[in-house]
Design a protein around this ligand. Structure first.
Ligand SMILES: C[S@@+](CC[C@H](N)C(=O)[O-])C[C@H]1O[C@@H](n2cnc3c(N)ncnc32)[C@H](O)[C@@H]1O
Length: 299
């Protein structure tokens, strides 16, 4: 069987069986097959990277391997766990069960945070950034990668997530400008190095209500950490702490910028506007007009 015939046969196998999730819009039947194909040939790529490359010829062992990987995917193992790769803002990252798979929608936050970091660096030459709830480290790493004037400190309550962030820091060779520490929200930063000296705080917090977490689709609930989703009874537990605690660490004119869940926009925006600590509050919408990011400036 030649390459085209094999591709057609395996695509038919996936069609109608593969469940595609709306929060991973980059995954289609074709892109999934291409990513699995590269993984089977021992050249793992994120799905977004895989679609840009031509498919290598496979040996019989690699074809057997590919058929096994397809089985795993049809058994709801996330594609990014099979390939061990996920693209975030165009950067290839390592990914596994230790942390949330970075989502496309979080690039809205990533792009806004990068823009703010660039503006600050233009004024001050350097920009000091904290990424709390860092997970795989995607947000802090993207800032460190694209803004050479950024110094980033990342933190997560989960030691496993911090370990994955460390792996990603080494993978991207960014160890000179980003470090990661385990801790509850800001607890790793309770020192004079950070009090009133942080230019930008980034956070993609857990924001799903506790009652909704067990009802999430099994591909997610069985493979990604609950801690990454559970935002307490109303989903806003960590967001409220973030809004309350961030000012202690920010410079005057510094920003806290964070992702929120669908429908949380009006309440959270109002909360920031009523806070005595912020003098400017702005929102960023997704393509459907939903508020997905809030940024608030310290007075
Ligand atoms: C939605 S995930 C975001 C991960 C990553 N920043 C991203 O954008 O993909 C939320 C993260 O918050 C972490 N987390 C939950 N509660 C926390 C807390 N109290 N303090 C610090 N991190 C926490 C979880 O372990 C998880 O890694």
């Amino acid at each position: 069987m030649n390459k085209e015939e094999l591709y057609h046969k395996l695509k038919t196998l996936l069609t109608g069986k593969l469940i595609l999730l709306s929060d991973k819009p980059e995954e289609t039947i074709d892109s999934t097959l291409m990513a699995l194909w590269h993984a089977a040939s021992d050249s793992p790529k994120s799905v977004e990277e895989a679609v840009k490359l031509s498919l290598p010829e496979l040996t019989q062992d690699e074809i057997d391997n590919l058929e096994e990987l397809i089985k795993q995917r049809l058994n709801d193992i996330p594609l990014a766990h099979i390939t061990g790769r996920q693209s975030f803002m165009g950067i290839e990252l390592l990914t596994d069960r230790r942390a949330l798979i970075p989502r496309k929608e979080t690039e809205i936050l990533g792009r806004k945070a990068l823009e703010l970091s660039m503006n600050i660096a233009r004024e001050k030459n350097k920009v000091k950034v904290i990424d709390v709830c860092c997970g795989a480290g995607n947000l802090g790493l993207a800032i460190a990668h694209f803004n050479i004037n950024a110094i980033v400190a990342a933190s997560d309550l989960s030691q496993e997530a911090v370990d994955l962030t460390h792996d990603n820091i080494s993978f991207l060779k960014l160890g000179e400008r980003i470090k990661a520490t385990q801790g509850d929200l800001f607890s790793a930063f309770e020192t004079d190095d950070y009090f009133g000296k942080t230019d930008l705080i980034i956070c993609n917090p857990p924001y799903i209500s506790s009652a909704k977490v067990p009802k999430m689709i099994s591909e997610i609930s069985e493979n990604e950490p609950v801690l990454a989703f559970d935002g307490g009874m109303l989903g806003t537990k960590i967001i409220l702490r973030l809004i309350g605690e961030a000012p202690k660490f920010l410079t005057s004119g510094g920003w806290v910028v964070f992702e929120i869940g669908l429908g949380q926009g009006p309440f959270i925006k109002q909360l920031c506007e009523r806070s005595e600590f912020y003098d400017m509050v702005e929102t960023v919408l997704d393509d459907s007009g939903n508020v997905r990011v809030i940024q608030a400036r310290k007075l």
